[in-house]
Design a protein around this ligand. Structure first.
Ligand code: PTJ
Length: 242
């Protein structure tokens, strides 16, 4: 691992990269995950690498929805496991919300490694090893889900997703809470609530707000409008002054 000086202006960003590099080397993260991270980083620059107020609002709404759900599930992929294993483990242990490993580029070896990694960070139960169900009309192995987890969930939290799966989960009648730095991605556009923020900042905040049970009116929340405001903010901040 490289030695990152504390005062390096990009220290935090480099630490995150290092976690992904380690995750890749130990078989948790795919090559595609590294590419996806690069795209995420670019968007993170454009929001000044902080949780902007529109995203704080989305996190509050998401935490309220989670509190109101009967059977919510947090879906975990390679990148999420590598970046926030402790938060995910504490979240499931303290709240009883199920965590399920569900991969885009699924291999059984990677599923096993991710579950093991989460357990090393304290997670009690992690679903996903023996999926008995499929998300309808979704090709390939990414459709594989467990009955007690994602299949029967009323709300699914999906950090860094691909658009297809989100769309199908919505078609199944579920609420989807996504965490995606790209406000234009299909996932972002299709979700019930989109948190435009880095998963390393958003996941701990979601956990925090969940415990606080924030007083927010979920019926007032308009995801499309929130995304439009975020995009307008990105464009104004960075291109409006020339
Ligand atoms: O582990 P697997 O097999 O499930 O694969 C995971 C990846 C991420 C490779 C897979 O889901 C994929 O290909 O995703 P996409 O279609 O590349 O989309 C990833 C989205 O996540 C992009 O819109 C990125 O901007 C965004 N993103 C990347 N890193 C972060 C992020 N969003 C929040 N926090 C991040 N750290």
């Amino acid at each position: 691992a490289m030695d990152i000086p504390d005062d390096h202006p990009r220290a935090r960003s480099l630490e995150i990269r290092e976690k992904l590099e380690e995750g890749y080397k130990s078989g948790l993260v795919t090559e595609m995950g590294l590419i996806a991270h690069g795209r995420g980083e670019a968007f993170d620059y454009l929001i000044d690498e902080k949780t902007i107020k529109e995203s704080v609002y989305a996190i509050k709404v998401a935490s309220k929805i989670l509190n109101d759900s009967q059977n919510p599930v947090i879906s975990v992929n390679g990148n999420t496991a590598a970046l926030v294993p402790k938060v995910i483990s504490d979240f499931t242990n303290e709240t009883g919300i199920n965590v399920e490993v569900n991969l885009f580029h699924r291999t059984e070896d990677r599923v096993r490694k991710i579950i093991k990694f989460l357990k090393e960070h304290g997670a009690g139960k992690v679903l996903g090893r023996n999926p008995g169900k499929r998300i309808p009309d979704l090709s390939h192995k990414r459709a594989l889900v467990t009955k007690e987890g994602i299949y029967e969930a009323d709300t699914v939290v999906v950090p860094l997703e691909d658009g297809d799966r989100t769309e199908k989960l919505i078609e199944m009648g579920k609420k989807v809470i996504s965490i995606d730095l790209n406000p234009r991605s299909r996932t972002a556009q299709e979700s019930s609530v989109t948190i435009v923020d880095n998963v390393v900042r958003a996941m701990p905040k979601l956990f925090e707000f969940y415990k606080e049970e924030p007083d927010v009116d979920i019926d007032e929340f308009d995801n499309e409008k929130n995304l439009e405001q975020i995009e307008a903010k990105i464009r104004r901040n960075k291109f409006g002054k020339d």
